[in-house]
Design a protein around this ligand. Structure first.
Ligand code: CDP
Length: 255
């Protein structure tokens, strides 16, 4: 683990001061939580896999013109990112009904939605990330109208791109969560994609079998979490040839 000053420790990641002003090191832990921290566990090697999956996806999104906080991957568990002010709104994009929306609207899991649905939640662990409307974001000043427009536009572009990417490797992108931040450049600032994109924050189903390849394996005690995460990385063509548990053990000894 980095010996730099810790800025923040979250459920799955730690942020450290970066080498230059305006940079941060994002360290991916093996800790897994669900149901707002009520269920906790450790998935050996998860941080390593999520680091490389998120790197791969953020680079690809950068290549299609979506601004992100990503600079470069530094090690098996660390990436260098730009310091941003996180907008306290979680953006959920859904293509198929699963999870929260099923209970809320009485939908059967697996029902395709007529069109991609963008939802907003207020980012607050204490309040369990409640679903909010655009009006709440504006009323409480969490983001302005232009930012909401940009966030929605980027979210739908990310969805289009990732749906295609995953469909090409036999995976359905059911839903996922994005976070955005403000990147300050002098007096001005730009909206950029932040946080991570990995099986921790996506629902990914095998196109043929419907097998879950995401954090629902952990949430629902299905087992085989790391095999599923590795399978996603393998299909993306980014899994290092060595077994990830071996890599994780190696890193633990190093740190
Ligand atoms: O299943 P649950 O009710 O916890 O959440 P959801 O609103 O159905 O989640 C939609 C998608 O966003 C899933 O892929 C979740 O993994 C992801 N999500 C997340 O990564 N972090 C959150 N705080 C909430 C949702």
């Amino acid at each position: 683990m980095s010996r730099r000053n810790k800025i923040y420790e979250g459920k799955a990641k730690v942020l450290f001061e970066g080498p230059e002003p305006g940079t941060i090191i994002q360290y991916f832990k093996d800790d897994a939580t669900a149901f707002n921290n009520q269920k906790k566990g450790t998935l050996s090697g998860k941080g390593v896999i999520n680091n490389i999956i998120s790197e791969h996806i953020f680079k690809a999104l950068g290549d299609i013109g979506i601004p992100t906080h990503f600079i470069e991957r530094l090690s098996m568990r660390e990436q260098l990112i730009k310091a941003v002010e996180i907008i306290p709104v979680e953006v959920i994009i859904r293509n198929i009904a699963a999870g929260g929306i099923c209970a809320r609207l009485g939908l059967e899991e697996g029902t395709p939605l007529p069109r991609p649905l963008v939802e907003f939640c207020y980012k607050s662990d204490e309040l369990n990330d409640p679903l909010i409307a655009e009006e709440h974001i504006l009323t409480f000043g969490w983001a302005d109208e232009l930012e909401i427009e940009e966030i929605t536009h980027y979210a739908l572009r990310v969805n289009d791109f990732l749906s295609g990417l995953f469909s090409g490797i036999g995976i359905k992108l059911v839903d996922f969560k994005l976070e955005f931040g403000r990147l300050y450049e002098g007096d001005d600032y730009a909206t950029v994609l932040a946080d991570e994109i990995s099986p921790d924050g996506c629902r990914l189903w095998d196109s043929k079998t419907g097998e879950k390849l995401d954090k629902d394996r952990f949430r629902r005690d299905l087992g085989g979490e790391m095999e599923a995460y590795q399978e996603v990385a393998r299909r993306l063509g980014i899994l290092p040839s060595a077994d990830v548990t071996e890599i994780a053990d190696h890193i633990k000894k190093d740190s």
